[in-house]
Ligand binder design. Structure first.
Ligand code: GLU
Length: 315
């Protein structure tokens, strides 16, 4: 079956699956339509194939983390960033109130402590504020101007006690400095940027296409830093499900608590799914099911001996 029909049949198969719970730790996230469901695929050349509610906006949440980690790498280089934040998986919940490694760093840039530390590093050039720098980084990947969803930003600020606790502990360990409040607000802003599955798929296609947005041709990240991003999301991208994800599905991916998943198939395509009902680890239930099926159908596991299908076979 060709990709478009395959997506339609997966959509039909799972559209009535109502298992799981919408996130309620951020009040604004519990307001969304729990039944929304969309799947978008962007090929390395930017061609998009999609089904479902692909114009529905949702906040990017943790899927912003690898892109902002990449921005920190572009600004400071890996040696400096790695002196602040490690590269090891934790096996713990993403918002665990802080466990630092034996060098006093957050374990990796995908858990909240590591992401807050990474975001705190971001500098803006003289013409921009730091939040414009973050927004334009995400927008460049998507190939269009993305916008902040202010109610979610406010809600994260009001309900973010755990993240405040993490930030204060990071300050205690001298990982954050005197700008704690603005660093944390910048982190809440990056999580509260609205996207659609089409945007996420294009952001992923930019990673697949050597860091260059396939439609605008804008270079968003260097090849070396791109490899760092993909390595981190392969080992740490799916919360404390990352090991099982690599075992079963076998490609770099990142999920967010709003119900998005972005999965990267190196050299071929990026797949994004949105469905807000989550499992207990914070991953979209229908999202995982769709990704599992697509990996099996098209031999996407990167360690599989049989080669993945080619674009010509898929399309
Ligand atoms: N803004 C969310 C938080 O910091 C992001 C969590 C996520 O998507 O994993 O709690």
């Amino acid at each position: 079956m060709k990709l478009k029909q395959e997506l339609q049949s997966l959509y039909d198969k799972y559209k009535n699956d109502r298992s799981g719970q919408v996130n309620n730790s951020i009040p604004a996230l519990s307001q969304v339509n729990p039944d929304a469901f969309a799947i978008s695929i962007a090929m390395a050349n930017g061609k998009v194939i999609e089904v479902g509610d692909t114009t529905t906006n949702f906040t990017i949440q943790s899927i912003s983390k690898p892109f902002i980690y990449g921005l920190a790498l572009e600004q400071y280089g890996n040696d400096f960033v790695e002196s602040k934040v490690g590269i090891e998986p934790t096996g713990e919940d993403f918002d665990t109130v802080i466990k630092l490694d034996d060098q006093g760093r957050p374990y990796n840039p995908m858990v909240n402590s590591g992401a807050i530390a990474t975001t705190s590093l971001i500098n803006a050039d003289t013409k921009k504020t730091r939040d414009e720098e973050v927004l334009s980084c995400l927008s460049n990947y998507a190939g269009r101007k993305l916008r902040l969803h202010t109610p979610t930003f406010k809600s994260e600020k009001d309900a973010g006690d755990k993240n405040y606790a993490i930030a204060h502990l990071l300050k205690h360990h001298q990982i954050l400095g005197k700008n704690l409040k603005s660093d944390l607000e910048l982190y809440f802003q990056q999580c509260s940027v609205n996207v659609t599955t089409t945007d996420l798929a294009m952001m992923g296609a930019t990673l697949v296409n050597n860091g260059i947005n396939p439609l605008t041709k804008k270079e968003c990240v260097s090849p070396t830093n791109l490899r760092h991003i993909l390595s981190i999301i392969l080992t740490c991208g799916m919360y404390n499900y990352s090991g099982e994800w690599v075992f079963d599905i076998g490609v770099p991916a990142k999920s967010g608590v709003s119900g998005g998943i972005l999965m990267i198939v190196p050299g071929l395509m990026a797949i994004s799914v949105y469905s807000p009902r989550l499992d207990k680890r914070g991953n979209s239930i229908r999202g995982i099911k769709v990704c599992e099926e697509l990996s099996r159908i098209y031999n996407l596991h990167i360690l599989d001996n049989s080669s993945p299908k080619t674009p010509a076979e898929i399309l």
